[in-house]
Design a protein. Sequence first.
Lengths: 317, 160
Amino acid sequence: MKLKIGIYWGAACGGCDVAILDTHEKLLEIADMADIYLWPIAMDFKYSDVRAMKDGYLDAVLFSGGVRNSENEEIAKLLRRKAKAMIALGACAQLGGVPGLANMYTREEVLRRVYLESESTTNEKGIMPLESSKEDGFDLELPRLYNTVKTLNQVVDVDYTIPGCPPASLQIYSALGLIADDMLPKKGSVIGAGDRALCDECARKKGEKTITRIYRTHEKLPDAETCFLEQGFICLGPATRSGCGSRCIKSWTPCRGCYGPLDDVSDQGIKMVSALASVMEPKEEKDINALLDTVVDPLRTFHRFSLASSILRRKKA
Amino acid sequence: MAFEPRIVGFLCNWCTYTGADLAGTARVKYSPNIRSIRVMCSGRVDPMFVIKALYEGADGVLIGGCHPGDCHYQEGNYKALRRYLMLKRILPEYGIDAGRVRLEWVSASEGERFGHVVDEFTEEIRKLGPLKIKESLVESMKTDVAHHGEEHQAPTGEAR
């Protein structure tokens, strides 16, 4: 029997949807395998169609994006009811993703920055978005922007996770195959990824690491063979799950951590603090501090995708 | 009730924990605010332990290791020092005073000093006040609710 699936995006850029399309001709096999009942970015369905479904009607929902407004949350809860398997697709749904970095600020700071202060904004009257307004006699409403960006599993029960920003297309395809063949592993598993650190599949040569200074990628050209960390580039490989096919590494770019933490690691960024500090050379406080001065913005660098899922989750008021 | 700091101590087996033991056998009086956890080496203290302790309700975290050059495993205390210094740069970004985490070298013979360190740290944390991370997180999400009912739109359309 054909699968019934829904594909939805919360606070996301749409890259995960593109990654589904990037399965290229395999998309036709997906269409053979599954009927799509909801996919706002690509097809015209209404929320009312989803509301009219029986609970558990859909075999699986692929939910990309985090939850950062009341619409995201409402639809996440609705789809949770309608889906047998709720699948977090991509780094934003799993970890909060890049939008999760907004947790370094308050809702008011975010709104002020975007609507009043940003260099590209012209808003002389200082118009701000309203949750409710009247226009030509109609009552109009917008979803509420949240103060704290949440991951999908902080809002609803998530059955499976496909990591990545975006997930590798073939991994999405193989994950759908698991659903179709009824071969899903135990609930809560990460599917479409490895269970070791990226370093394990990275082809670069690794030796003893003794970092004496950190370089940003524009400051020095990496060589073709040696581990990025050994060359002084911050590479999140040691704290990141494998399964992406080393896409960035193969393009001479250090890992930024989009595949998220390994099993049993609750905070990818803080784990990276541990990993990086242990391979640094200096032993004196003064020398260590001089080296740390070259680590620009450690919190956001190590939590680029995972701040909303980190133990502390946000900046404290 | 007056605020009593809750302090978690991660103490290395070979030096600081033994020093704390000595403080006990020598009847050194010091603040009862520390909850000591013995680890084999200060290099075993994953920064996640520290963050987790703060999240779970600790107001301060003390990491105790061997003096430089004295590590039972040669390098562990240097790793601890580097992790600690990096963590101290990250904590203020989270809105947490870096003074809530402290690393001290206390040898097995420094029972007196252990008591002194705990007293001093307890007073510093007392001045900083309670941390209350979880409460602050709940507070930060207080307005994160739909301003209209969840089933705002009446269900329409034919049942499938």
